[in-house]
Design a protein around this ligand. Structure first.
Ligand code: GDP
Length: 365
């Protein structure tokens, strides 16, 4: 069902407010299909300026953005790995997502109770990450037992995997998440297949107050930043309450309010950009008078596999791809005009699709 992102964090840090905010932005601002599949799952169209430009240029019957699902995962508390809170259910929910947004409270507000008594984002993130590591250790101990049996009867692959399990277990016990490990390509394939929670990409969303957005020093945010490895962690500061307020205004007025707080991007755009970057995803487009459509693929995807995202027959019967760049399309307005101007590149099965390519695939039926 496309890209899925889970929102986690201790109770009362602003997860549900963020979830409602992310879903509401699109419902109100764009006439794209939107749905809340379950109360805690929302599918949000990915805002993309390039798609809007193509739509305005072609005026097609339909415009279809790619989508991203957000899942509000409640119930992750200290002891979740032992079944506390919504323990097993919420860990199972996290197992299914592609990326995790970890909301950490960095705002003071006496009227919002903190589960541990005081605002302490370093402690909070440690509680959540420790539960995820404990859940991974549970997963690995089952795996270890199974592999030990296979290793005993001489299964060579099992012996290699068994050793790797033990290495990862040792790291987790040292409070190092699986995603922080340096792995060979083969090892990464194994670890990926184990579906560990701490191997999933994680983005931190620091829920700050308005003053922080206006440049005032926020000791909670600074402490959070210091507690996480700077080179591998992405922290996005957002004032969820303020953005939720701004979303109450009509779409045409929102930009002005956002600008008043030096906000160029909404939290939705920031989260999507960060998720795409972390997961190495790019977007290509198909465009014509009937439909302008955005498609998400991993970086490095070859043309036939990119075509396969539209339909598996396109991949099987792939002949060639005709590529137009967005600036050329916007200049010449139609595929035919681009052809006449010599602005179409013919690409074969070894072409690596680039972010923003506008592609017409040719295939056998
Ligand atoms: P959850 O338990 O993590 O889902 O938290 P909620 O989204 O339900 O929020 C808990 C409480 O914190 C609610 O009363 C929210 O209105 C409030 N809250 C959420 N974000 C902010 C914020 O940025 N600033 C302030 N002051 N309150 C917030």
């Amino acid at each position: 069902m496309g890209l899925e992102t889970g929102i986690v964090g201790l109770p009362n840090v602003g997860k549900s407010t963020l979830f409602n905010l992310l879903c509401a932005q699109q419902v109100l601002s764009e006439n794209y299909p939107f749905c809340t599949i379950k109360p805690n799952i929302g599918v949000v169209p990915v805002p993309d300026e390039r798609l809007t430009q193509l739509k305005d240029c072609i005026n097609p019957q339909q415009t279809i953005p790619t989508s991203i699902s957000f899942v509000d995962i409640a119930g992750l508390v200290k002891g979740a790995s032992k079944g506390e809170g919504l323990g097993n259910q919420c860990l199972a929910n996290i197992r299914e997502v592609d990326a995790i947004v970890h909301v950490v409270r960095c705002f003071e507000d006496d009227s919002v109770i903190h589960v541990a008594g005081s605002v302490d984002p370093v402690f909070d993130q440690q509680v959540i990450n420790e539960e995820l590591r404990l859940a991974d250790l549970n997963t690995l101990s089952k795996k270890e037992a199974k592999l030990a049996r296979l290793a005993k009867v001489g299964k060579k692959e099992a012996i290699t995997e068994y050793k790797l399990v033990q290495i990862v277990q040792a790291q987790l016990r040292n409070s190092i998440d699986a995603r922080a490990l340096t792995l060979t390509e083969d090892e990464a394939t194994w670890v990926n297949s184990w579906q560990l929670l701490t191997y999933k990409p994680m983005i931190y969303l620091a829920n700050v107050d308005e003053a922080t957005l206006q440049g005032q020093h926020n000791p909670h945010l600074a402490a959070l930043q210091q507690s996480l490895p700077a080179d591998t962690t992405q922290i996005i500061p957002v004032c969820i309450a303020l953005e939720a307020e701004i979303m109450r205004f009509p779409p045409e007025e929102r930009q002005e309010y956002l600008a008043a707080y030096q906000l160029t991007d909404t939290s939705l755009s920031q989260l999507i950009a960060a998720t795409y970057k972390l997961l190495g995803l790019i977007t290509y487009f198909t465009a014509g008078p009937k439909e302008v459509h955005a498609w998400t693929i991993p970086q490095g995807t070859l043309a036939p596999q990119a075509a396969g995202v539209i339909h598996s027959d396109f991949e099987k019967g792939f002949i060639k791809a005709e590529i137009i760049t967005l600036p050329d399309y916007l200049t010449y307005q139609t595929e035919d005009n681009c052809r006449k101007a010599g602005k179409i590149t013919i690409a074969g099965k070894n072409y690596v699709v680039q972010d923003g390519d506008i592609i017409h695939f040719h295939h056998h039926i």
